[in-house]
Design a protein around this ligand. Sequence first.
Ligand code: ADP
Ligand code: MG
Length: 649
Amino acid sequence: MPTIGVVNAPTVTPPTPSPLPAQGLRPIRELPDELVSQIAAGEVVERPASVLRELLDNALDAGATQITVRLLAGGVRLIAVEDNGSGIPHAELALALRRHATSKITNLHDLETVATMGFRGEALAAIASVSETALLSRPAGQSSAFLLDARTGELRPVARNPGTTVEVKELFYSTPARRKFLKSNATELAHCIEAVRRQALARPDVAFEIWHEGKLQEQWRATLVPGQEGHDALARRLADVLRQDWVASSLALQHPEGPLSITGRVGLPDTARPRGDQQFVYVNGRFVRDKVISHAVRSAYEDVLHGQRQPNYALYIDIDPAQVDVNVHPTKIEVRFRNSGAVHQAVRHAVEQALAAPRAGQASSAAAPSASAAPASPAGSVATIGPIVPIAPARQARMPLEERAGHRVQDLQRLWEPAKVAPLPPQTAAHIAPPASTAATLAPNASSPDLNGPVWPLGRALAQLHGIYILAQNDAGLVLVDMHAAHERIVYERLKAQAEHAGPLASQNLLIPTTFAATPAELATAEDHASTLTQLGLEITAFSAKTLAVRSVPAALAQGDAVALARSVLAELASHEASTVLERARNPILASMACHGAVRANRALTLEEMNALLRQMERTERADQCNHGRPTWQQLSLQELDALFLRGR
Ligand code: ADP
Ligand code: MG
């Protein structure tokens, strides 16, 4: 045992006898090529779908516009990819199978700005080392096609139109240990189809066919016809691959500004799923899984998603290739951005904007197609796709604060009983009179609906159901509104807007402070967080050793239950460091405050109040979801109602 005392003495433990043969005694040797490729295959080729992805990449890099995939036994027995691309000259066929042989880059600069899918020159070599591979190709200028058997090296002429077919048979035949890790044929087939879907979503200009055991599984026609708008093509490809309802329940997104262009579609919050299997992200046309991007999207949905559900989206990000490193992962599914902060911000912003616009009014305006094409970008074909459908020009999406504050008092205070509160401070009172335009559309309509007036997306209120739902009639049929959920969102958005733009929330003194018996923890929190409470429009001070008094509350919540509000805010604050709470948890705190201020169930509303609430929803961002991500309203169309009564059958 080494003793302590001599500071620098190496503490050598005697080697324990190993049961393994002494490795060090073998001489160092270079590994044979075949073995090196098999090792590389370990990284690149996990299952049939990974082979397929590499072959599709190659076909797309070769400029193919028609790609046919044929599979046997889920791809384990055969993966054949047939393309009409540029082909491989017969003299280069053998080279294509060599490790580190590529036609796509020649120097470091090429690597740093690479715009092709492949560039490492190892896929074919790796695949050939773990399967029986054959290459069959004919460039346009060559009179006949040649077939190269990778195992025997035999090269012979065959008949074929210009293009390339790569056949991969008996995957992992030489490495049975890996073959054992494969799942059932059905599972492997599903992964293969998913691999084609991912590529197809990025390339609407290319036609794809997938055959399994001689049966056609999927067929997607090229949708990008010369002279036609790119966004239509992408919307149609999305509809073909992900089904029409995926597109119908998603919102177009477009962010062409700056060095980063983002287009695509994001799913409505209601369509979020337990698993994130409908999330497609492309960077310069390459399907990637990227934590920066998925986090950015997730945070944009934060306010409108229920629980742990995963949103659906297809996002196409075009960025200067020099700003992104695609050579950080053997299968290139991960990338690294030079400036990931900027990417995060841009993605989050673009998604937030798409989600924020209230949807109630969009049905009619969404039909207008975008006149502007996407800006040119270095990303090849993806750049020509451009925006799909423009974000509907939502009137309310970017409303100045004054305007939002404007209808607050007029509409919302009517939602509660007359209150025992002090008159509004003068600076708040100034906002009472809404801007002329808002007043003109709000006031007369709420009381006496003008049938020739504007068409309200959420319609005119008819009645209240069990004190919970508002029933309204609009052009399409019947609208059902969860009044608490809807109002909660309206109050929340108002609080957020105030907090973001106007500093401390406007507060109102209670005429008579409300006192309540407080726990020692509540008393301590009220004292520690006094300045935060002020920021939140609350004044909660000690009234006695065991009692707290609520002296003022946010003006927007003046009619709510002050004690419940105070207790919930104190509980939220208790779990945070006093000095940073507003940076870290402001929105969740505002959300729970809004919950206390929102109109409660079983509160009878007049028609006027109901209409005011509907009009508020139409102009509030994210009004389609409550603060917990549940929907606030549903449309039942006349057709759906007819179906209920078997009319017209
Ligand atoms: P990489 O794609 O990284 O260059 P691969 O091993 O996948 O490496 O392919 C090697 C080379 O073979 C490619 O660079 C390309 O020149 C050629 N090649 C492979 N597949 C095709 C194809 N379908 N059509 C035309 N050329 C191909
Ligand atoms: Mg390749």
